[in-house]
Design a protein. Structure first.
Lengths: 140, 112
């Protein structure tokens, strides 16, 4: 099985959401169900959108000129998506003690959804910013 | 996203199509502000043609719910697809909203 990899850079803007919403569907249709099972399209799309929302709203705080770098890698066993931004990242404590906000709260569900939909989520800081690496495993 | 609003008696049925996410949430909020400012407080959000929702879309629905309940009204959601329903369940919002099978059932709930 030949792995698939896509890397691209976008501005910090929700104007790319239309592209992002259809991106994983298009990849799934192109590579087929062995490399990208159909059941993975919804959870990966949701996680990708939420991660990009975090980068736009929290990391870059509306500065649209800052870049967001996306890496999507498909292999025999997993789908890995990486969202790189220039923010400070998610505080370790927040990731460690992730909890669902009260039902009436209007914000704060994005990370919860990412963690629920993906099998592994890693937050990494580096000199240039932050990466959120999300893995969806084909075998649970 | 596209939004179409119909009146069924005293109930305003908000038919949402496409995606309710960070890109479209501004359009939704603006339309709902106009609707509530116009006096509508009994709302059904018909999600039958809603293909995607993210946490910001959920936030907009919660904001609307709070607003109409503060005015002694209510908001019911109807026609959720399996994927959208799953999002409601993951975030436990199915306990906050009255989730109805379809728009007719939601409108009937208001008449009770």
């Amino acid at each position: 099985m030949i792995p698939f990899c896509l890397n691209f850079t976008m501005r910090s803007s929700v104007q790319y959401h239309r592209l992002l919403r259809s991106l994983l569907t298009c990849i799934q249709q192109a590579v087929g169900p062995r490399l990208f099972p159909r059941r993975a399209v919804w959870p990966t799309t949701l996680a990708l959108i939420e991660a990009v929302n975090n980068a736009i709203c929290h990391a870059h705080r509306g500065m649209t000129s800052l870049p967001i770098v996306l890496n999507i890698k498909l292999s025999a066993r997993k789908i890995v998506m990486e969202v790189k931004d220039q923010g400070r990242g998610i505080p370790k404590e927040k990731l460690k003690h992730l909890h669902l906000v009260k039902p009436e709260a209007m914000h704060g569900r994005g990370l919860w959804l990412i963690h629920h939909e993906m099998d592994r989520v890693i937050s990494k800081r580096n000199n240039n910013g932050h990466s959120l690496i999300m893995t969806w495993a084909k075998e649970k | 996203m596209n939004i179409k609003i119909d009146a069924v008696g005293n109930v305003a049925v908000v038919r949402c199509g496409g995606s309710l996410d960070a890109e479209s949430v501004g359009i939704f909020k603006k339309a709902m502000t106009e609707l509530v400012n116009g006096g509508s407080t009994q709302l059904v959000v018909d999600c039958e043609k809603l293909s995607f929702i993210d946490s910001m879309g959920l936030g907009a629905l919660i904001s609307l719910l709070r607003r109409v309940r503060n005015q002694n009204g209510d908001l019911k959601v109807a026609g959720l697809s399996d994927d959208v329903k799953t999002i409601f369940e993951i975030t436990r919002l199915h306990r906050l909203f009255d989730v109805c099978q379809d728009t007719n059932a939601a409108c009937r709930q208001f008449k009770k």
